[in-house]
Design a protein around this ligand. Sequence first.
Ligand code: CIR
Length: 258
Amino acid sequence: MYTHMIVRTPSKSMIKGLRRDFTGEPDYELALKQHQAYIDALESLGMVVDVLPPLEEYPDACFVEDVAVVTEKMAIVTSPGAESRNGEKEHIVEALKKYYPEDKIHYITEGFVEGGDIVRVDDHFYLGDTERSNEAGRKQFIEIVKQYGFTGSVEPTTSGLHIGCDMMYIKNNNLVITGDLLNNPVFDKYNKVIASEEEAYAANVAWINGTVLMAQGYPKLEKQIKDLGYDVITIDNSEFKKIDGSITCLSLRFKAMK
Ligand code: CIR
């Protein structure tokens, strides 16, 4: 069960956010409205939401998922592999201290790893082998989580920016999955909820205490998830999609330790 969320208001500079393909410039005012709708959806589910101020010097800073991994036992401040994003990590620490004792906040100091490249499935973390992380960062991450009884493994990922673009766990053994990860036998033990190629973008869904938050406009996947008995909330996040953002990247979701 999650109780809290941390988000960061997009800065005006978000229109210059990193992207792999240009599909149009984001409309900042619309992005702000979509961000508020995202917050409203989570508050409607009873989550306490901390809204951090925009960081103009970091166009991608609204994607707070990439700078930390938060659990019920500890938090890890990551170290983004995208050079323009690495400094964002300094700005999440204070927000985490509100909810975690200092000795339960760990830091990636070796190499790089981004939160979007880490997907938790029960007590295991799958880490993506993408351009945003390296061996040293992944190794240190796995060493830290092992101290808390978690396990971790690294999986090849070629179709998305992060492994989290192509899979998300919605509990009860249900794994929303798409792209190359479908060919990885490691995931055969899960009930695969397959996002079709044309709906691949929507595979990044957020499970929030039994409800699934997902991008608007992907009716097949929405039905597949509803058919499993989940309530679904859809969010229009067109402006974040233009800079490779999806649903989970806009928040840190956790059960506060203090
Ligand atoms: C980036 O390329 O870093 C941002 N424009 C998008 C980050 C999306 N993060 C995520 O899915 N966890």
